[in-house]
Design a protein around this ligand. Structure first.
Ligand SMILES: Cc1cc2nc3c(=O)[nH]c(=O)nc-3n(C[C@H](O)[C@H](O)[C@H](O)COP(=O)(O)OP(=O)(O)OC[C@H]3O[C@@H](n4cnc5c(N)ncnc54)[C@H](O)[C@@H]3O)c2cc1C
Length: 411
């Protein structure tokens, strides 16, 4: 017998849990499916930016963020080939702190909140197909129990949210295509100048042929998440693979010093990302996408958790609206895509333009060096990096730009 719901959410990462949480709280009958069992790992830098922590607090987990084993950061240290920029979390951000928490823990907490407010969670169930009526309306989802060769399951609903990350459940035409790759490993005993900052390394090796950066993000329990990510263009232009970039990052002079007494905990793991809102379609009749499935990763920082939760919250409000009107047409759900674009497109698209127009980030060294000397421009640079302001706000700093141009001409 098929089972009937107001809303089916495919994928219980941050985007799916947030959608399910907010929709269930609004009174919708929600089914949340995930092919994995929780708690489960998700390859990530584990950084929760201030705006992400705001979203997590809205889901009732503000106090949990404060647990002492979680990292708590209040600034950024950005190291480039010629500059070293330190910036406190600017007051323009959505909060004074961010956190670093293993995704295994964060995702289990978020999914727990969705369950607590009434969403039904089924794990170990992989959605395989979006079901449609002969007239083309979404009628539900077909799924299989993972590792079971039995009959497919059918779940009925007039509305489906694809929150399956890079899974591509929403199908061609909507599916986000990956354009970056990243790798991370946990270490204990990493030294370094301070654990209150997120440390970001724009190395020459990763930026000669495109864009990429390495990071050290500290937890509160003496461990750290050490990783690196580059665009797929960088891989193609350099003929190298991600593992090679990552291993060379660990050999950078600063990193090898910080890691001298460190011990790895488990293997390094890689994952792909689709960075930048550019080119993604986020709605169709009876369907919305959120998080990575909606291509919501910031194109410079690679941050996606906060945007996944935010897009889930907005999608839930449009799910409620569609049910109230009993109208699941693309023209109603377009409201979701428009609202998301209005909220985030300036930061995402200008970041995307910057990373795609500049042939390689190494060419921006004069700008990094000029920002180091100009506190306001430095703040604008950090805001552009994190997505808290559009990248073009750097143009509001003519003195810094003139300084950068002078250095570029001289060299
Ligand atoms: C190495 C790396 C470092 C990163 N660092 C950061 C960082 O520090 N901070 C940050 O904010 N972002 C970071 N990101 C990005 C961040 O990880 C993602 O943006 C975030 O996970 C998006 O959440 P999501 O809910 O959209 O998807 P996911 O977290 O990928 O969740 C998708 C879920 O869908 C399930 N699923 C997939 N297919 C199906 C199916 N067919 N049926 C049922 N279930 C399915 C999966 O099991 C999974 O649980 C990083 C990414 C990488 C790769």
């Amino acid at each position: 017998m098929p089972e009937r719901w107001d809303l089916i959410v495919v994928g219980a990462g941050p985007g799916g849990s947030s959608t399910a949480y907010h929709a269930a709280r609004a009174g919708l009958n929600v089914l949340l499916l995930d092919r994995q069992e929780f708690p489960r790992d998700k390859t990530c830098g584990d950084g929760l930016m201030p705006h992400a922590t705001g979203e997590i607090s809205l889901m009732g987990l503000g106090e949990w963020l404060e647990e002492p084993e979680h990292g708590k950061f209040s600034g950024f240290s950005i190291y480039t080939q010629t500059a070293s920029l330190r910036q406190k979390v600017p007051p323009t951000f959505h909060g004074p702190h961010g956190y670093v928490v293993p995704r295994e823990e964060t995702d289990a907490r978020l999914v727990g909140r969705a369950k607590m407010v009434g969403a039904e969670l089924r794990t170990g169930v992989r959605a395989t197909e979006l079901l449609r009526s002969p007239a083309g309306s979404v009628t539900g989802v077909e799924a299989v129990v993972v590792g079971d060769g039995g009959e497919p399951l059918r779940f009925e609903a007039p509305l489906v949210v694809a929150a399956d990350g890079i899974g591509g459940f929403a199908g061609e035409g909507i599916k986000a295509h990956q354009n970056s790759v990243a790798r991370r490993q946990y270490f204990k005993g990493v030294s370094g100048p301070n654990t209150e900052d997120l440390h970001v390394f724009i190395t020459k090796d990763m930026n000669e042929h495109g864009a990429g950066y390495g990071w050290v993000f500290y937890f509160g329990d003496g461990r750290a998440n050490v990783g690196a990510g580059v665009s797929t263009k960088t891989l193609a232009r350099s003929g190298r693979n991600l593992k090679d970039f990552y291993e060379r990052f660990l050999e950078e002079p600063e990193l090898s010093e910080w890691l001298a007494d460190a011990e790895p905990e488990g293997p390094a793991k890689s994952w792909s990302l689709k960075m930048g809102m550019w080119g993604a379609k986020r709605h169709a009749q009876g369907l919305m996408t959120v998080g990575d499935a909606a291509s919501m990763i910031h194109p410079i920082s690679g941050e996606g958790v906060g945007y996944a939760i935010e897009s889930g919250r907005l999608a839930a409000s449009w799910a409620y609206e569609a049910r109230s009107r009993n109208d699941y047409s693309a023209s109603v759900l377009k409201g979701y895509a428009t609202q998301l674009r209005q909220k985030r497109a300036k930061e995402h698209l200008s970041g995307y333009a910057l990373t795609n127009l500049v042939p390689n980030l190494h060419a921006m060294e004069p700008l990094f060096a000029a920002c180091e000397k100009d506190p306001k421009a430095r703040r604008a640079l950090v805001e552009a990096f994190t997505g808290d302001a559009p990248a073009y706000t750097l143009l509001k700093h003519p003195r810094m730009l003139a300084d950068a141009v002078r250095t570029a001409v001289r060299s």
